[in-house]
Design a protein around this ligand. Sequence first.
Ligand SMILES: [Ca+2]
Ligand SMILES: [Ca+2]
Length: 281
Amino acid sequence: MKKTLLLILILLLGLGTAFAQSKKVIIKKGKYRDSRMVDKHKSDKPEPIDFKYIEYPKLTGTNIADLDGDGEQDTITYELIVRNTDKIGRKYGNHFNLYINSVNFYGNGSALRDYYKIVDIDTSDNFLEIVVFDNGEDATRVYIGYNGQDIIRLGRFSGWKHDGIDGSGILKVGRRGFQNYYPHFYKLSKDHKLEHIEQDMYFSNSNLVMKDSLALQLSRTDTTTVIVLLPGEKVTLLWTNDKKWFFVEGQRGIRGWFNRIIFKERNKYLTDIFYGLNTAD
Ligand SMILES: [Ca+2]
Ligand SMILES: [Ca+2]
């Protein structure tokens, strides 16, 4: 009888230990799903970017505006040198001439449109800017300035159909990324230059599928593994610095970082790890 009781006791203790062990496993799993941990990831995540823009009218031929803010109206003439007409009769050019008063600017493109826009990137200065459009392989905008003497090519940007012009002096443009376009910011300087503003991370928000497994780490400085993404798992590439760091959210809602350098070590490319990338990178 005593032996039986002892056996039952041993059995119960054993079961208790087994429960304790299985409980331990659950706790570990719970740790990965801890909301505070996800919050910690969020603290590493920059805020999404507001991308408002003003729609300026399409202009053709000759127009008048005070581009350099000297109080005198300037005469602007845009001439498209037409080489192509598309299926619905729209004319595209390979070259254009832009005249501001007596100054001429000659430019080229692959499928230039027959209109231009006069925009105001920075409402706090007295200058206006001109934009010429190219519907080539990528939608392209060419920004042109005038300082009263010379016509200045400010920049040429491809990507999103619309650039963000809100009068703040910051031009927001979309640059082609891994699947979507990344917003990039340019500041219009006093000497008519569009200067790129470096950001820590660029918003990507690309939906991909895992081709291979990949461990994500807690932060850029803490290599603790938060989750291992598995083949077939849907993931969102949220942010990247376009160089080596990527911030990813997995299908199970866990966010974490990976460094591109691990692929070099494994002798693999991003396309070996993810389905859905639109670059050969
Ligand atoms: Ca003027
Ligand atoms: Ca201005």
